[in-house]
Design a protein around this ligand. Structure first.
Ligand code: NAD
Length: 250
């Protein structure tokens, strides 16, 4: 407790969440790793500890409000407060044109990507308001900024992250809370490798136009997240930062 800064990362067991946990650990920040997968989350805890920082794992399905409240409570119990929140857990959905989604598929993506992110914000903000401030990074996507075929529900949830980011920046700036979003392009994580395997054509169409002609790397996104959560420019507030090799610039 005391001077130790504390970050909560949802979906911290894999991909972007894990990369950010490891990068933030280099800054000496204590990490609360939240994930639905215990094996993945515990592996991130091990890697954070290997870097000399503190970490706990809290198992939670972010689509369930009571489990979200639980990870917030557990983090405060372990570390005293929450200074930073990387609201990152998400799934991509089935990768089909919109009418071919089942209602269950639509509800599942909404439950995790939209409800899960909003529940996290509600409970984490409570702690930050009591704490006198904090920094938040919400996870949008290039699919939250432009349209992208076959990821309709996903795209709807990622556009929603833009709306909530701007609203919260307006609502809580005076209480010392800074809220931004990131919009990564296709980044080489397990989620993307799985999507590529299942939908090779859609993957090709989405990645061919990238001006830099390569996929993003999780470590690059982690660098941006670390800057937004810890960097010396907290006047950056309510924006959506693309990190996409130029994809949304053209
Ligand atoms: P990933 O699949 O590698 O990691 C996601 C993690 O979230 C996994 O550890 C998984 O177990 C966890 N998770 C899934 N459902 C959960 C739930 N209900 N409750 C708690 N945890 C859950 O994915 P990633 O590529 O690292 O993606 C992370 C975030 O970044 C997602 O929100 C994704 O939409 C977003 N994003 C990714 C890319 C990309 O190209 N990889 C691009 C833009 C945005």
């Amino acid at each position: 407790m005391g001077e130790q800064k504390v970050a909560v990362i949802t979906g911290g067991g894999s991909g972007l969440g894990q990369a950010a946990a490891l990068r933030l650990a280099e800054e000496g920040i204590a990490i609360s790793v939240v994930d639905i997968s215990e094996t993945a989350g515990k592996e991130t805890v091990r890697l954070v500890e290997e870097k000399g920082s503190k970490a706990i794992f809290v198992k939670a399905d972010v689509s369930k409000a009571e489990e979200v409240k639980h990870y917030v409570d557990k983090t405060v119990e372990a570390f005293g407060t929450i200074d930073m929140f990387y609201n990152n857990a998400g799934i991509s959905g089935p990768g089909v044109k919109f009418v071919d989604n089942t209602i269950e598929q639509i509800d599942m993506v909404l439950g995790i990507n939209l409800n899960g992110a909003l529940y996290g914000l509600k409970y984490v903000l409570d702690v930050m308001l009591a704490n006198g401030g904090g920094r938040i990074v919400n996870t949008s996507s290039t699919a939250g900024v432009v349209g992208q075929a076959t990821v309709g529900t996903y795209s709807a949830t990622k556009h929603a992250m833009v709306g909530i980011t701007k609203t919260l920046a307006a609502e809580y700036a005076e209480q010392g809370i800074v809220v931004n979003a990131i919009a990564p392009g296709t980044t080489e994580t397990p989620m993307v490798r799985e999507y590529k395997e299942k939908n090779p054509d859609a993957f090709k169409n989405a990645t061919e136009p990238i001006p830099q002609k390569r996929l993003g790397q999780p470590e690059e996104v982690a660098e941006l997240v670390t800057f937004l959560l810890t960097g010396k420019a907290p006047y950056i507030n309510g924006v959506v930062v693309p990190i996409d090799g130029g994809f949304t610039a053209i």
